[in-house]
Design a protein. Structure first.
Length: 265
C-alpha cells in the first residue's frame, strides 16, 4: 500500500477528532459547558476550545449568552434536515436484505403500511424454501402477524385504528385467534408495551401454521415505523429472545433508523 493510499485509508486525524466531538455534542441533552464536553469527549479543555472556535465560525455550534454553554447551531441543523430529507426508508435497507438473509439463514421480507395494512414490498427467500402462498403485495393482519404487530407497536395509532377495531371484533368472536394476549384495548396496550420493551415482535404459527416469524421496525426521527423487516423460518428457537436472528434483525433495523428501537435502560 502506498503512502497516499495509507493516508486515504487512515483518514485525517484532526477531522476524525472534530467529528467525534460533534457526535458527543449530539448525544447531550442540551447546551453543555466546555468542561463537560471535554470530559465527555476525553479531550483536554484547551483542545476542545480550539475545535469549538472553528465550529462557531462555521455555524455548526452556537454559544449561549450568559451561560456560555455550547450547543449545535443552525449549520448542524441544516445538515441534519438535509440527511433526513434524502433518507429512503425502503430502498436503502432493501439493498441489504440479501445480506441479512445470508447472515440468519431465514427468509426476509420488508413491509410498508398501505391502505389495507402491512403490505409486503420486498422479499428475499432463504436457501431452505418456506412453503407459503405469501409474496409481494400480500397484506398481513395487524394482530396475528409479526409484521403487523411491529406496526401496531411503533406506528401512529390513528391510521391503524379502524383496522385494529375490526380485528378485535373478529377475535372476540373467535377467541382462539388471540393465543398470547387478551383481545381488548388494554390487552393490545400491554402487548405493544412488551414488543417495544424487547425491540421486536414475534408470532409462532398463528398466521401460517408451521412457520415462525419475528419483526422489527425501521424508525424515523419521531420514533415511528416507516417500514418493518421480518424474518421467517420454521424453528421456534430462531425467534427466542437473545437468539442470533433476533440480535441480527435489531442491529440491521437500528442501522437504518433515526431513533433507538430498544430504549436504553
Amino acid at each position: 500500500m502506498t503512502k497516499s493510499s495509507e493516508g486515504q485509508s487512515a483518514g485525517i486525524q484532526s477531522l476524525d477528532t472534530a467529528l467525534r466531538l460533534l457526535s458527543v455534542m449530539a448525544d447531550q441533552a442540551g447546551p453543555t459547558s466546555l468542561t463537560d464536553l471535554a470530559r465527555a469527549s476525553d479531550m483536554p479543555p484547551s483542545k476542545v476550545h480550539r475545535y469549538l472556535a472553528s465550529f462557531l465560525n462555521a455555524g455548526l455550534v452556537a454559544q449561549g449568552g450568559r451561560s456560555g454553554k455550547y450547543d449545535l447551531g443552525p449549520g448542524a441543523m441544516r445538515l441534519g434536515l438535509a440527511a433526513i430529507a434524502r433518507h429512503d426508508f425502503v430502498n436503502r435497507p432493501s439493498e441489504a436484505l440479501a445480506d441479512l438473509r445470508d447472515e440468519t439463514g431465514l427468509t426476509v421480507l420488508l413491509s410498508v403500511w398501505g391502505g389495507g395494512g402491512a403490505t409486503v414490498v420486498r422479499w428475499e427467500r432463504a436457501a431452505a424454501p418456506v412453503v407459503t402462498s405469501m409474496g409481494l403485495g400480500t397484506t398481513l393482519p395487524l394482530l396475528n402477524s409479526s409484521s403487523g404487530r411491529a406496526f401496531l407497536a411503533w406506528a401512529p395509532r390513528p391510521p391503524i385504528q379502524t383496522l385494529l377495531e375490526a380485528e378485535l371484533r373478529r377475535m372476540k368472536r373467535t377467541p382462539a385467534l388471540a393465543s398470547d394476549f387478551v383481545p381488548t384495548v388494554a390487552g393490545v396496550d400491554a402487548l405493544c408495551a412488551k414488543i417495544r420493551a424487547q425491540g421486536h415482535a414475534t408470532v409462532d404459527g398463528d398466521f401460517i401454521p408451521g412457520l415462525v416469524a419475528l419483526a422489527a421496525p425501521i424508525l424515523d426521527w419521531q420514533g415511528e415505523a416507516q417500514a418493518v423487516i421480518t424474518l421467517i423460518g420454521t424453528e421456534a428457537e430462531a425467534i427466542e429472545s437473545g437468539s442470533h436472528a433476533v440480535q441480527s434483525l435489531i442491529d440491521f433495523c437500528q442501522s437504518y433508523s433515526f431513533a433507538p428501537i430498544v430504549a436504553p435502560l
